[in-house]
Design a protein around this ligand. Structure first.
Ligand code: PGA
Length: 262
């Protein structure tokens, strides 16, 4: 599907470098929590948001329940990894945020790439069906929380957001996807440069677009082409991030390196 681009309402913010970007992103999250203490927050993983998490943790030092009342939904998780696997996003989040900001376990949501709860209820279900059920449960959990208020996204070099690779339908919901080789190579460092899983569960593009507000982060020269394509390219499923042009409350937060082709 290729849509004609409308007047894009994307708000662009360019900051000097990675630390400024991380600080600004953390400010956006904290500002949203102050405005709405029962915030429903969509959260990314990867290299880009690591600085944002560090700033959030720093802000929360000495405050016992800094994120009290907030619910978090991660964008994606690999299929087949236990939550304590060093490459899992559950582990990533635990280490970088959850262990430090006083979130209740019941307020933390990450897709379960082993579908353990589903299989506990229906042990004979084939794995692919159990994973589909897990995706449905995840969508329901977001809806039950009242929908995402603010979602922070990273940007893949191929334009992916969450694990919605090029060609993902704009109307997609949480589902099991196969990862591009480029994405698996880019994430190999989290697996000691070993094999990155081939499959993952990701929020869909429609799931993300339903978030009331979105902040997309891009840092460094390796993202410059993708950032330029987002700014100047058409709205098309071949470049998933272009979907954001169809939302009326998106901030694209980039540093100078990532903005250098604009
Ligand atoms: P990165 O990944 O932050 O590790 O560059 C971004 C993404 O692929 O969404």
């Amino acid at each position: 599907m290729r849509l004609r681009q409308r007047q894009s309402p994307l708000r662009w913010e360019t900051v000097s470098g990675y630390d400024a970007l991380s600080e600004r992103a953390a400010e956006r999250v904290l500002g949203a929590i102050i405005q709405q203490p029962r915030l429903v927050l969509g959260l990314p993983t990867g290299r880009t948001p690591e600085g944002m998490y560090a700033h959030l943790v720093q802000h929360c030092v000495g405050q016992e329940r800094c994120f009290d009342g907030v619910k978090t939904f991660n964008l994606d998780e690999y299929v087949g990894l236990k939550p304590d696997h060093p490459g899992s996003y559950a582990r990533y989040m635990q280490q970088r945020l959850f262990d430090h900001v006083g979130l209740f376990e019941g307020d933390i949501f990450i897709p379960d790439g082993l579908a353990e709860d589903v299989l506990a209820d229906e042990p004979d279900l084939p794995m692919h069906q159990a994973l589909e059920r897990e995706c449905e449960r995840y969508e329901r959990a977001i809806a039950d929380a009242g929908g995402l208020d603010l979602t922070v996204l990273g940007l893949g070099r191929n334009g992916h957001i969450a694990f919605n690779e090029p060609g993902s339908p704009f109307d997609s919901r949480t589902r099991v996807v196969r990862l591009d080789d480029e994405t698996r190579r880019a994430n190999a460092q989290y697996f000691g440069n070993g094999d990155v899983p081939e499959w993952a569960i990701t929020m869909g593009l429609a799931t993300i677009l339903a978030s009331k507000s979105i902040v997309l982060l891009a840092s460094g020269a390796s993202k410059a082409e993708a950032v330029a394509r987002l700014r100047h390219g058409p709205v098309a499923e071949s470049f998933p991030a272009s979907l954001l042009h169809l939302h009326d409350d998106v901030t694209v937060l980039v540093d100078r390196e990532a903005a250098r082709l604009l």
